[in-house]
Design a protein around this ligand. Sequence first.
Ligand SMILES: [Zn+2]
Length: 313
Amino acid sequence: MRAACATLASIGLCIACSAQALQIEFDYSYDTRGFFTDTATGAPLTERRALLTLAASFYSGFTDALAPIAPQAGDSWSVRITHPSLGGPQITLTNLTIPADTLRIYVGGSDSAPGVLGFANTGSRLSATGSTQFVQAVTTRGQSSAIGPNATDYGVWGGMIWFNAANDWYFGAGSGGLQPGRPDFLTTATHEIGHILGYGEADSWGAQIDERGHFIGAASVAAHGGPVPLDRFRAHWAEGTMSTYGGMLQETMMDPSTPAGERQLPTILDYAGFADIGWQVSVVPEPAIALLLGPGALLALGVARRRRRTSAS
Ligand SMILES: [Zn+2]
C-alpha cells in the first residue's frame, strides 16, 4: 500500500459500519503451473486449496468493517502484482470488484531455487480515480489514518502469494504427518497471508519501528515485554523470536523462517502485531483451532525444538 494516494488519507467515513469476520477469497485464475490445479484436467487440487482456507481461518477473528470496492461509472482502479505462478513478471489487475469485509488473494506456484518457501505482496503502482468514497475504498477500505508515515490503521484490497513448488511440501491439516525435511504448507500459507495483512507492508507497521529497528507498537511491546527486534528487512520479528501458542512456548510465526518439519501458527505476539497494525483482533479460540486441525494437533504444537532453518521468506 505504500504507493497509495497519500493526499486522500484521513477523510474518515464509515462506509461499511457493520463489523463481521474477515473473509479471504483465494483466486486461482493465475495458477498456470499447476500448484493448485491439475493442469491436465483443470480439476482443482482440493486438499491444497482446503489448506489455504484453513490458513485464512486464523484471521477469521478480525472484525474490521472493510468498505467494498465496487467501481461505478466514472470510477477506475488498478494494481500491479507479481504473477503468482511465475514469480517474476508483473500483471496488472484492473477494476476488480471486491465485497465488503473481504480480501482477494491471487495464488499460484512454480519451481524455483531451493531454500525459499514463498513470498507475498499487496502489489505496486496502486492507482484509483473516481468518487472520493471509491478512492478511499480502494486505498484504505474506509479505514481512517491508514496511509503515511504516521498511519495507525490499515486497509488493503488483497494481494498475491507465490509458493515454491520445488519444496517437498507437507500438505496436511493435522500435525501428525509432519516429517523432518518437509516444510509445512499450512505454516507458510498462514505466514504469507500475514504479510498481506500488514507485516512489512502496512504504513502503520512501518510507522511503529524505532531508529534501532525495533517494533514499538503497544500491544506487541506488552506481549513481548519490551520493544521487539525485527529482521534486517524490517518485515518480520527477528529470527527466533519466541512467544506462546495455545499456552505453550513457540517460535513466532512471523519471524523470517520455519524449520522444515515444524508447524508454527500465530502466537500471542503475532496477533499483537496485527492489533498494532490496526486490525480489530480476536484470537481464534483454541478449541476452534483444535477442531480445525484434528485430534492431537494442539499437543504437537509449540514444541520449540531448535533446528537449523532451511528456508526463509
Ligand atoms: Zn515472511
